[in-house]
Write a protein that binds this ligand. Sequence first.
Ligand SMILES: Nc1ncnc2c1ncn2[C@@H]1O[C@H](COP(=O)(O)OP(=O)(O)OP(=O)(O)O)[C@@H](O)[C@H]1O
Length: 291
Amino acid sequence: METDVSRPAFTQAPAPPPKDAPVVVDIRNLSTVFGSGADAFTVHKDLNLTVRRGEIVSLVGGSGTGKTVLLRHILGLTTPTTGTVTVLGRPASELSTAGAAARVGMLFQHGALFSAFNVLENIGFALQEQGTLPPALVRDAAMVKLQMVGLKPEVATRMPADLSGGMIKRVALARALIMDPPLLLLDEPTAGLDPNGSDEFCELLKEMHAALGLTVIMVTHDLDSLFALSTTVAVLAEKRVIIEGPPSEVVRFDHPFIHHFFLGERGRRAMAAVPAEHEEERVAVPAAKES
Ligand SMILES: Nc1ncnc2c1ncn2[C@@H]1O[C@H](COP(=O)(O)OP(=O)(O)OP(=O)(O)O)[C@@H](O)[C@H]1O
């Protein structure tokens, strides 16, 4: 089939994995309550989510619906009030102990690089902390990751303050992947990037996903990157995941948040970039009121 050059390649999300692919993250009957008594505030109630190997799951929801809190539960940084979070077959709470970076990589919204360390030291940090390899091997491993994310070797000795926003994201990605974790969590991966930088970073994430066989869970408000990357969209509303499925299925789900998020003006713009083979899905989406 000839490539349609009028459509940017970045809009073509990876194919979803088989439905019986192994489960990587399993969240069952989770609730999160902050505070107590009269001040108790429920963020999640009876929330379920299953993520299979090879999926790229976009977690979307209105502000304050608990997307970041959910990522923190998956990372084992916080414990839900009730329910279970199982990551790679073990309770997420075990991830907060040593060795977590070998199982889950995390890319924070603004990179969160250590400002006093140079690029190579930032990338190699988790490996260095582990203390099992001599410094020269840690540097070699970090250099491999630096080049894997498309940065030149001369960037290795630069300090974070001297990097562009796109470079910071790449260094942060290299750092998240230093221990070759099978699961990668991304918090707003394209936040702060201009449209070109954002497209390039999505392409890089797709390459890493394919080359390393990653499973990815990302929180995003950016519809372009959502359609470019997601095999699955999970929508948080009413304190739980109200629907989890392929983007083409989720956009048809009748819920005020979905109308607002996907079918407002910016949603229609992003949908217009969905590849031609999904044309019938695009025209089938009902027109929605702007809110
Ligand atoms: N440690 C905490 N103690 C008390 N409340 C908290 C704590 N962490 C988060 N919250 C509250 O939980 C709710 C969900 O927060 P969270 O940051 O997960 O939302 P979000 O969906 O990521 O929002 P946004 O899209 O605006 O970033 C918010 O009301 C927040 O104030």
